[in-house]
Write a protein that binds this ligand. Structure first.
Ligand code: ZN
Length: 258
């Protein structure tokens, strides 16, 4: 049983902030986060996905409550199909998952997980969990004031503060992965990784590197337009976080903007 199986069993007993009312119904327009979205028509597959996101979100937030103590502020995940209106503007599903610093929420479109498996060749439940944990990493950066600090840097490309911020979010996802790797967690009602899950996460990190995505879309690599870091960098920082289990190991900002 992968972590998907485990979390399905556990999700029923977990109450987190996953905002189900924002899941957009088939054919409906975007629903503003926090409003009541009316009847939600979701497929059984989507409902499994909702439970999965809910469980990973709860687990990731538990990691950050442990790591940051009273400084951590819990947030919610807004799930959507097609498009969503956030405090950061109107977003199409094609944008991919994102974190909006202005309303402090994580936005996930359910279709992205299909893309991850099919188009980007990064299948598996831990690959999906890594993406969710990465977005929570951006929330942690926002709480710590790092987002604001990086936004003052106007440079672009491979050595920019925004790339450093993305790599740090990968490392923060690894910090959660470190917790999830510990044995005996499933018995305690938490997400526990099993053999193969770590490789799935590293494969996902590698699959969504800027160099790979650029090569896939236009056949060439332009580091001056990197936004998230190369595949090798994303794997490196995710692995660092996973090995250390400590956000102090994730100081990409100092390293890349000095
Ligand atoms: Zn990111």
């Amino acid at each position: 049983m992968g972590i998907g199986g485990i979390v399905l069993v556990l999700a029923l007993s977990w109450l987190t902030g996953t905002d189900l009312t924002s899941l957009i119904g088939v054919g409906g327009g975007p629903v503003a986060p926090g409003s009541s979205g009316g009847a939600v028509q979701s497929t059984p597959q989507e409902e499994r996905m909702v439970d999965f996101v809910d469980a990973v979100a709860a687990d990731t937030q538990a990691t950050w409550e442990r790591a940051l103590g009273g400084r951590y502020q819990r947030t919610t995940v807004v799930l959507f199909r097609d498009a969503v209106d956030s405090a950061c503007g109107f977003a199409q599903a094609a944008t991919g998952p994102f974190y909006c610093p202005a309303d402090r929420r994580v936005y996930l479109d359910l279709g992205f997980f299909d893309d991850l498996a099919r188009k980007l060749d990064a299948p598996g439940d831990f690959a999906q969990a890594y993406v969710i944990a990465h977005e929570f990493g951006h929330h942690v950066q926002n709480i710590l004031g790092l987002t604001e600090r990086a936004q003052r840097d106007r440079s672009t490309g491979a050595n920019s503060a925004s790339v450093a911020l993305e790599l740090q979010a990968d490392c923060f996802a690894g910090v959660w992965g470190h917790d999830a790797m510990q044995t005996g967690r499933a018995a305690a009602g938490k997400v526990e990784l099993e053999a193969g899950d770590v490789e799935e996460g590293l494969q996902a990190a590698s699959s969504i590197g800027d160099d790979r995505l650029q090569r896939m879309s236009n056949g060439r690599v332009s580091p001056e337009s990197f936004t998230h870091g190369s595949s090798a960098q994303r794997v490196e920082w995710f692995r660092r976080g996973m090995q250390a289990g400590d956000p102090a190991a994730c100081d990409t900002i100092a390293r890349l903007t000095q």
